[in-house]
Design a protein around this ligand. Sequence first.
Ligand SMILES: *Cc1c(COP(=O)(O)O)cnc(C)c1O
Length: 350
Amino acid sequence: MSAYTPGEQPQGGGWVKLNTNENPYPPSLRALEAIRVALLNDGAALRLYPSPDSAPLREAAARFHDFKAERIVAGNGSDDILNLLIRAYAGPGRPIGMLDPSYSLYPVLAAAQGAPVVKVPVTPALSFDVAAVAGCGAAVFFLTNPNAPLGVAFPVAQVEALARAFPGLLVVDEAYAAFAEGDCVELAKRLPNVVVTRTLSKGHALAGLRAGYALCPSGVAEVLHRVRDSYNVDRLAQVAAAAALDDGEWLRVTSGQVRATRDRLTRELIGLGWSVIPSSGNFLLAAPASLRRPTSPAAAEQAFEFLRARKILVRRFPHHPLTEKSLRISVGTEAEAEVFLAAAKAWTEG
Ligand SMILES: *Cc1c(COP(=O)(O)O)cnc(C)c1O
């Protein structure tokens, strides 16, 4: 098996880092305060194991989504949750399914369990065929929604139609839900085979902390609790994530700013002649083009290197026809967007 290839994390300063979809804003002050409180008395609380079932985090997630805390399972990032789902529901003879392209971690986790991977292509219209997914033969299907790296969001009604037609467990990976118009939480409340996974890494600017959770049908929550590590989320992550979830105002303001910058980047790149997919995430998939260089994998590679030489880091996905001509650009601050746009303009005019 091969390891997951994460985006580059450059050491040393000076980079405009738009390659791993981190949030450009500092996290909620309430999250920082919760960590400070947990460290009082010379950190005496760190001597003790944390809540084994992440009670503070699960209760905050329950308030945030109006969902039953008993049916929420917390993880060391949502990657931990994805791994638990595969350990519990997939294996040899029990394939996982995913859209192609989508999140490249699922096959890595499946390989460790000896589970085959069924990839269902995203259609040319950037959607999916409900019957094709429903009939793909997977025991558990991972639907990244909004899709990464494409950025498109699939409508709830389409996801519900899929859930009703699919005989296995449907996991809706909502890592980017904070930047989208809707979500599928309602489906996890009502349907027996829908799990929604969430992370604090993107919308809540806590990627360094590692916290995520799953909203599950009751039988599924019980199974995941059986396979997880007994203390899978550390004490600081539990309290900080809970405080972050309780700070609705922080989320409203920062996600609004990210969306505004994203939509401005979209307009300006289209103005330069680039092909941009309208995004529901905190990133854009955009194919660079200029008069001399129409969109192509080579043009994308050349623009990537042009940006890199100016210490602007974006990401390439060269192995799929829907992404090979494009750059994936994380939405940064307004200032980072200015730097990126100036370089994009220089490339286009160069
Ligand atoms: C970032 C990301 C995750 C991982 O989130 P963590 O909580 O940081 O592990 C999961 N799924 C998708 C699609 C992502 O982009």
